[in-house]
Design a binder for this molecule. Structure first.
Ligand SMILES: NC(=O)c1ccc[n+]([C@@H]2O[C@H](COP(=O)([O-])OP(=O)(O)OC[C@H]3O[C@@H](n4cnc5c(N)ncnc54)[C@H](OP(=O)(O)O)[C@@H]3O)[C@@H](O)[C@H]2O)c1
Length: 344
């Protein structure tokens, strides 16, 4: 018997994460494109934005506007819109109640409406934050199953939280306060619109930190998740950096060990969490490079204990495990199909 196909819509399909969803959809055996939205290009074929699709059947699909998208029957929606815009524009789709919605923005990631307002803006429907699930797949899989509204995690948070949350949940291994994360990202992390900071001339052959220590918005989500896992208020110094590469994030994370804890216990805890997971790998020795995970949905990390601290080096592709790949993984879980479909 032929397996059911799922009709999937993409909101904001012209951006970097939208393009990545399109790339992943092309290899998904059970997902078919129901619509790709763009206000700017409504009525034009996908090739108007993506000339590389010329000659492929999907290239002739026409972008539609949001209003028209509302009347297209779908099983799932990926929202690839900027924060705040996403919350506003998703509400009619949420109210319709027909589809599983995976939002790639920050609008449904946080539990706390106050925190969202402090770091972003006033939430148009704060009560939805209690209904949405934080879609860090390997650690919230049971909650994602059957869920209708999923806040897909941020890219930096994914690279930091996958190694840390199991250790904090264990309680006896690392201190929840005074954690440090230095993360380096490729420029696609900032979206497709070039700014002075992300302009080729500024990025090429150079390297810089930005929003040093306590002012990047992802801190809201990282802090909330670390505290939840630790069962007490955690603290982290987080400094992002801009790498002269197109895609990828490498995070170096430092945490103090709890008395009596050592590398062997830490490895045992992380192995217990991730052995058998197709997309998360703890190295037995050594540290990963960015290139190992580029264009894949994988997070690979290595660790060592030195000077009383745990040091972790973790890599992901910001557009895949850090955005559209994890979103696809969430959609697979929520719709009840094989979790790895469409993903490498
Ligand atoms: N880039 C990453 O690595 C990454 C990782 C994790 C999460 N995210 C999140 O994913 C979301 C999309 O990111 P991105 O990098 O794909 O951004 P992007 O490249 O800037 O694309 C944004 C998309 O939203 C559309 N859009 C912008 N303003 C709009 C408005 N007012 N109404 C309707 N559509 C609008 C754009 O349409 P036009 O083409 O017409 O401008 C485009 O399709 C963001 O919330 C971002 O924070 C990104």
């Amino acid at each position: 018997m032929e397996q059911k196909k799922y009709r999937i819509g993409i909101l904001g399909a012209t951006g970097y994460t939208g393009a990545e969803i399109l790339r992943l959809m092309a290899r998904h055996p059970l997902f078919e494109l129901a619509f790709a939205s763009s206000e700017r290009l409504a009525g034009q074929p996908l090739t108007a934005e993506f000339p590389k699709l010329t000659g492929l059947p999907v290239g002739e699909t026409r972008f539609i506007g949001l209003q028209d998208a509302l009347s297209v029957p779908v099983d799932g929606i990926f929202s690839c819109l900027p924060h705040a815009t996403a919350a506003e524009q998703l509400l009619p789709f949420v109210d319709k109640g027909e589809a599983v919605i995976v939002d790639l923005s920050a609008d449904f990631r946080l539990d706390s409406a106050e925190l969202y307002e402090k770091w972003y803006c006033k939430h148009p429907r704060p009560e939805l934050l209690a209904k949405s699930v934080y879609g860090l797949c390997e650690l919230y899989r049971d909650q994602v199953k059957g869920c209708r509204l999923i806040g897909n995690p941020g890219c930096y948070p994914t690279s930091i939280l996958l190694p840390l949350l199991p250790l904090l949940r264990a309680g006896r291994l690392v201190e929840p306060r005074g954690i440090i994360a230095d993360s380096k990202s490729g420029t696609s992390g900032a979206g497709k619109k070039a700014t002075e900071t992300t302009h080729f001339i500024n990025v090429h052959d150079d390297f810089s930190a930005y929003k040093v220590a306590d002012c990047h918005r992802h801190l809201s989500e990282i802090g909330e998740q670390l505290s939840k896992a630790a069962g007490t208020e955690a603290s982290i110094l987080f400094t992002p950096h801009l790498l002269p590469v197109a895609r990828g994030i490498l995070s170096t994370i430092y945490a103090d060990l709890k008395p009596g804890a050592g590398e062997a216990e830490i490895r045992t805890c992380l192995k217990a969490q991730y052995d058998g997971e197709p997309f998360v790998t703890l190295l037995d020795e050594g540290f990963p490079k960015l290139g190992w995970v580029r264009m894949t949905n994988r997070c690979v990390f290595g660790l060592k204990v030195a000077a009383g601290k745990l040091v972790v080096v973790s890599v992901i592709d910001n557009l895949t495990k850090g955005a559209s790949g994890q979103a696809m993984q969430n959609m697979n879980i929520a719709l009840g199909v094989e979790e790895t479909l469409g993903l490498l």
